[in-house]
Design a protein. Sequence first.
Length: 218
Amino acid sequence: MEYPVGNITNEDFLAMIGNASGFGQAGVAGGGNDSYINGTLSPLSTTTAPALHGTYPSGYTIAHIVFASIVVTILMVIIVVGNMLVIIAIATEKSLKNIQNWFIASLAVADFFLGLVIMPFSLANELMGYWVFGAWWCDIHSAMDVLLCTSSIMNLCLISLDRYWSITKAVEYLKTRTPARAAIMITAVWIMSGLICIPPLLGWKAKQPEGPLPQCQN
């Protein structure tokens, strides 16, 4: 369909189209699906839109993506290596194999897998603006995200309670804090975290938003 330009310059009309479609800031995700080319309004594919406007569907430029990727990758390496060293130290050093460090080791396991399994895919999804890893992995990734985040929080609560009882009920609590009870407490934390992440895998979850590009939201 032809659109008369009249007294409006091509640059002005292109700006009007860009503002109306929302492409100026967010690319395809902003709702722009058409392009004004040679005086006509024609469909614009999702693959050419980022190149035309210098951004990806997420709205980030290449410079932003490169910078964020470097910074977050460094953080992920620190998280993974740091927690791995904590786990190895507690598992190998006799002086660290006390019951109170079991809770710290449980927390380190949760944070280790958060940095290794969850953060890389979440970073890619954020920077690209869409999910490229398939619907099956979206469900698994979301469930593991809930499992590990919940477990990390509950392990922190468990460590806090252990420290609180050790101070307020030092003699009584330390006598009852046996390895078996500590193992039960840690197991209970992981079981409760697992129960929270199961419903989304069984279909109890929000419907993913529809659009030209696949999305994965928790």
